[in-house]
Write a protein that binds this ligand. Structure first.
Ligand code: ZN
Length: 272
C-alpha cells in the first residue's frame, strides 16, 4: 500500500514534470505566438500608417481620382512590402476612396456626380443625428476640442486649399467622435472621406472663410444647447458644401505621377 502510494507519488511527480514540460512548451509556443503577434501588430501599424498617408494624400488632392496606385511603386516609396501596401489599399477600397480592379491594380476612386449627390444627401442625414446626440451630451472638454480644431482651420486658412478642405472634413469627423457612438463615427468617417474625394473631383475653388464661420456658428449653437438651431445650421452648411462641390466636371491637368505623394511617403518611411 505504502509502496503503491510512493509509486503513485512518483507517478504524480512524473505527471507534474510532464505537465511542466508541456506547459513550458506551450508557454514557449505562446511566447512564440506573442512574438509573431507583436510582429503582426507592427505589420498592422505599418499598413495603417500607409493607409492614413494615402488617405490624406487623396483628401489633399496630391493623388487625384483615376490615378493609378501600383503596389510595387507604392512599396518602394513607403519602404514597405507589396503585401503591406495591398492591405492598406484594401482598407481604402472598403472606405470607397480606392477602386481595386481585377488584374489591373488599384486606382483612386472616381465617384460619379450621381453617387456624389447621394453621398452628400446621406451625409446630411447622418450628421443631423450627430448634432442631436452632441447637444445632449456636449461637455466643456468637447467644446474645447471643437474650438481647438477651428483654431487649426483658421491657422491653415492662408495655406494650401487642399489642407483646409481636409481640416474641414476632419471637423465633422471630430464631431462624430465626440458622440462616442461607434456606428455614427464609422458612418461619418466613411461618408465624410468619400465626400472629401468628390470635393477633389468636382469642386471649384471656394471661400474657406465661409466654412470656418459656419463651423463656429454650429459650435455656438451646440454650446447654447440650441438643438433646432444647430441642426438647421448643419443642414445649411452641408447643403452649401454640396453646392460648392457638385459643380464642375472632372478637373483638367491632373498629375499622372506619384511624385506628389513623396512628402506623405517620407513621413511614413521616417517613422520606421
Ligand atoms: Zn464643415
Amino acid at each position: 500500500m505504502k509502496c503503491q502510494f510512493r509509486a503513485s507519488l512518483r507517478n504524480d511527480a512524473q505527471l507534474a514534470l510532464q505537465v511542466t514540460l508541456i506547459l513550458g512548451k506551450s508557454l514557449r509556443i505562446w511566447f512564440g505566438g506573442r512574438v509573431s503577434f507583436s510582429g503582426h501588430a507592427d505589420f498592422m501599424n505599418r499598413s495603417e500608417q500607409i493607409c492614413a498617408a494615402l488617405r490624406t494624400a487623396i483628401l489633399e488632392r496630391a493623388l487625384l481620382p483615376g490615378m493609378k496606385l501600383p503596389e510595387d511603386s507604392l512599396g518602394e516609396r513607403f519602404g514597405s512590402s507589396r503585401t503591406i501596401v495591398r492591405q492598406a489599399l484594401e482598407r481604402l477600397a472598403a472606405e470607397g476612396l480606392v477602386e481595386l480592379r481585377r488584374n489591373r491594380g488599384a486606382v483612386v476612386a472616381t465617384p460619379s456626380l450621381e453617387e456624389a449627390r447621394d453621398l452628400f444627401d446621406l451625409r446630411s442625414q447622418i450628421e443631423d443625428l450627430v448634432v442631436s446626440r452632441l447637444v445632449a451630451k456636449l461637455s466643456k472638454s468637447d467644446l474645447e476640442a471643437l474650438n481647438a480644431h477651428v483654431a487649426k482651420e483658421i491657422e491653415a486658412e492662408n495655406g494650401p486649399e487642399p489642407v483646409s478642405i481636409r481640416l474641414a472634413t476632419e471637423f465633422h469627423i471630430l464631431m462624430a467622435r465626440l458622440t462616442e457612438s461607434p456606428v455614427l463615427i464609422r458612418y461619418v468617417e466613411d461618408v465624410g472621406y468619400r465626400c472629401g474625394l468628390t470635393l477633389a473631383l468636382y469642386s471649384r475653388p471656394h471661400s474657406t472663410d465661409c466654412g470656418i464661420q459656419e463651423h463656429r456658428e454650429i459650435i455656438e449653437a451646440l454650446s447654447n444647447k440650441d438643438e433646432a438651431r444647430a441642426r438647421d445650421l448643419m443642414r445649411h452648411h452641408l447643403g452649401a458644401v454640396a453646392d460648392r462641390a457638385l459643380i464642375k466636371p472632372e478637373k483638367e491637368g491632373r498629375s499622372l505621377y506619384l511624385d506628389a505623394l513623396e512628402p506623405y511617403a517620407r513621413a511614413v518611411r521616417e517613422e520606421k
